[in-house]
Design a protein around this ligand. Structure first.
Ligand code: NAP
Length: 321
């Protein structure tokens, strides 16, 4: 198809009934349900397809896998399932989304995908500490992914910042590779699931530093240590480490739709009903709209609901025509 659209010049233009953006558990499950529901669907999956599970090691809480499965393997299987059923997946990033006109438009570099209905499933990304020294040492000792970068710190001392599931999962993973892992947490209680806490407390090379925040990451060309401050005593001390893994939660990837669809105070997509958004015909699923559960299985469940809601919306439009 070769027609031109204002604001979306250049590249090819394709029309589909549904465009899904995001290739984590939410997006891929939405694709599985949408193709099985008979819709003409295209999924814009991003250059680094697969979402946050690509950065995880063993997943042991996704039903159907009695033995742990590696995050990337789980995502590979979800993708294979979606593709076998007929979902078309584009391994490029969406660069622009236009919800002002109908049909909606999604730009992927020079190409434009037009759709009656959209499912936003772009997930969330690692939150930064916000320290200037963190920026300076990104990729030079500061990491947001233990599975990706852990091997660079073999037999070295590292720190993990945070007290949630990601931090504790990473600490356990790094304890197998590194000499020691120091978990720095701003409170005196972990947020992580009890089973993971128990595992971490049992490992002799994981140490915990409570009620403490990182004030500076120190080094010359690479990380040499961290300056930390006890939040109760205000005492500042230095911990020598070669690697700093920042695991302090996530921020939703709503940048492309900010100002076009209603967001919550924390910039998650505001839901109307189960998966509806403030724009009729635009649905959301997974971590982009869920500040509470944020599990692979709940994201997949939301993906299924969003697809069913979008299929119903397509049906309504057809009946009106
Ligand atoms: P999270 O649950 O939001 O935990 C973030 C941690 O970082 C908290 O301990 C928080 O401290 C701390 N923190 C936040 N901002 C901070 C800052 N500016 N400075 C210092 N510390 C800060 O995030 P998450 O661990 O990434 O987990 C996200 C979701 O994914 C959760 O729902 C989790 O259950 C899920 N998840 C599940 C698994 C699994 O099931 N295997 C694995 C990974 C993640 P406070 O505790 O004081 O708030």
């Amino acid at each position: 198809m070769g027609f031109k659209l204002s604001g979306f010049e250049g590249g090819k233009v394709e029309k589909h009934e549904m465009v899904i953006i995001g290739s984590g558990p939410a997006g891929l499950t939405a694709a599985i349900y949408a193709v099985r529901g008979g819709a003409d669907v295209i999924l814009v999956g991003g250059y680094s397809s697969g979402g946050q599970l690509m950065l995880t090691s063993e997943v042991e809480n996704f039903p159907g896998f009695p033995e742990p499965i590696l995050g990337p393997e789980l995502m590979k299987r979800m993708r294979q399932q979606a593709e076998r059923l007929g979902a078309q997946i584009i391994d490029k990033d969406a660069t622009e989304i236009n919800l002002a006109e109908r049909p909606f438009k999604v730009k992927v570099e020079d190409d434009t995908y037009i759709a009656e209905t959209l499912i936003l499933a772009m997930g969330a990304s690692a939150r930064e500490l916000g320290l200037p020294s963190e920026r300076k040492f990104k990729g030079k000792g500061v990491s947001y992914c233990a599975v990706c970068d852990g091997m660079f710190f073999k037999n070295m001392d590292v720190a993990v910042i945070g007290g949630g599931d990601t931090a504790i999962e990473d600490a356990i993973y790094l304890a197998k590779i590194c000499n020691s892992v120091t978990v720095i947490h701003r409170r005196d209680k972990l947020r992580a699931q009890a089973v993971m806490q128990k595992r971490a407390f049992s490992l002799p090379n994981i140490k915990f530093v409570w009620n403490t925040e990182v004030v500076e990451i120190v080094g010359d060309s690479k990380v040499e240590g961290i300056k930390v401050k006890n939040r109760i005593t205000n005492e500042v001390s230095y911990i020598p480490v070669k690697g700093v893994f920042v695991d302090i939660g996530h921020v939703p990837n709503t940048m492309l739709v900010e100002g076009q669809v209603e967001l919550t105070e924390n910039k998650y997509i505001k839901l109307y009903g189960e998966t509806g958004t403030s724009v009729k015909g635009v649905f959301a699923a997974g971590d982009i709209a869920d500040p509470v559960y944020r599990q692979a299985v709940t994201a997949a469940g939301m993906g299924a609901k969003a697809a069913l809601d979008a299929l119903r919306y397509l049906q309504e439009i057809k009946e009106k025509e």
